[in-house]
Design a protein around this ligand. Sequence first.
Ligand SMILES: NC(=O)c1ccc[n+]([C@@H]2O[C@H](COP(=O)([O-])OP(=O)(O)OC[C@H]3O[C@@H](n4cnc5c(N)ncnc54)[C@H](O)[C@@H]3O)[C@@H](O)[C@H]2O)c1
Length: 364
Amino acid sequence: MKMDIFKEMEKHGFEQIIFNYDKTTGLKAIIAIHDTTLGPALGGCRMWPYETEDEALFDAMRLAKGMTYKCAIADTDFGGGKTVIIGDPKKDKSEGLFRALGRFVQMLKGRYFTGTDLGTTGMDFVYASRESDYMVGLPEEYGGSGNSAEPTAYGVYMGMKAACKAIYNDDSLIGRKIAIQGIGKVGSILVDFLVNEGVKDITVTDISEENVTKLLQKYPFIKAVSAEDIYEVDCDIFSPCARGGIINDETIKKLKCKIIAGAANNQLLEEKHGDMLHEMGILYAPDYVINAGGLIQVADELEGKNKEKRKERVMKKTEAIYNILLKIFTISREENTPTYKVADRLAEDRINTIGKMKTNYIPK
Ligand SMILES: NC(=O)c1ccc[n+]([C@@H]2O[C@H](COP(=O)([O-])OP(=O)(O)OC[C@H]3O[C@@H](n4cnc5c(N)ncnc54)[C@H](O)[C@@H]3O)[C@@H](O)[C@H]2O)c1
């Protein structure tokens, strides 16, 4: 069935969707701009061999809307946007393709900033930045803020502490049992933070044996289980740091944790799974709140403040995830409402308040 684009835009409050085709390179890219009430739209560029155009458009829209909420709750002055390139990142990349993308983004004159996401790398955007002033998250040697995994992992670590504060009235993680799904860029740094605090009972899984071996060489006391067994690990905190959609009808029955706090985007397959977690008494740290560390770094890069102090400043801002989550957990308990719904409401409240405030007339 073909998607009714304007109906979907109306339903989800979209401002603009741009279809970009470059005759020379064959670039096919969709830029979705969801909401720019707080400021220019911000959101990465994904490259994926989508089977249909509808699938690509749906992904761009879903991710762009998610960015609006993420930017709002993380206290940044940016809106939500996303780009998807239809193509195979292993075969279809070229200098021309990304420079063509850069030119299309440049045409938007700063309404939208983009950078890496699934299937794209910092170097792709070094090409794009030759044609555009609106690329972010470039490698540090090219003046960008570089890898965002560290602030993301730090935010997840702070989020775990906030969740323990809410449940045990103690934010120390020492003595807690923690199970981590995915020990890639974010998961492996998260382990460093945990070990550094003194957490001993850590169980991990990864479909990459190489990643598991590397981590166990570094920390021989860590346990590893198969990818299927991670859900059933008896733990205080389950931390999804691999892929989305992993809280679903199948896995939810297996969970033995009290808290879900991880970096993966779109952890709930459907909203109903957030309701189910709430009913089961499992405290869910909404994904776009707890994993906002990377976004906070990119937003800081765009604000263009003193580069030398960037890391310090970004980590400090990321620490605020602790307080935002505590607020969400408190409201959720007081109003008996699932945490994901509370997070959405707080994000919408901020957009509405700042949006209305901006209507006050200032003479030129
Ligand atoms: N990197 C960031 O700054 C950032 C920011 C926000 C959100 N995220 C999200 O966090 C998650 C992790 O990001 P990353 O940068 O560490 O990615 P990554 O690709 O470096 O790591 C993901 C790891 O998960 C493993 N994995 C994949 N499927 C698995 C499965 N079914 N079971 C077990 N392991 C599996 C992979 O082998 C890999 O090691 C992703 O969902 C990403 O979208 C990342």
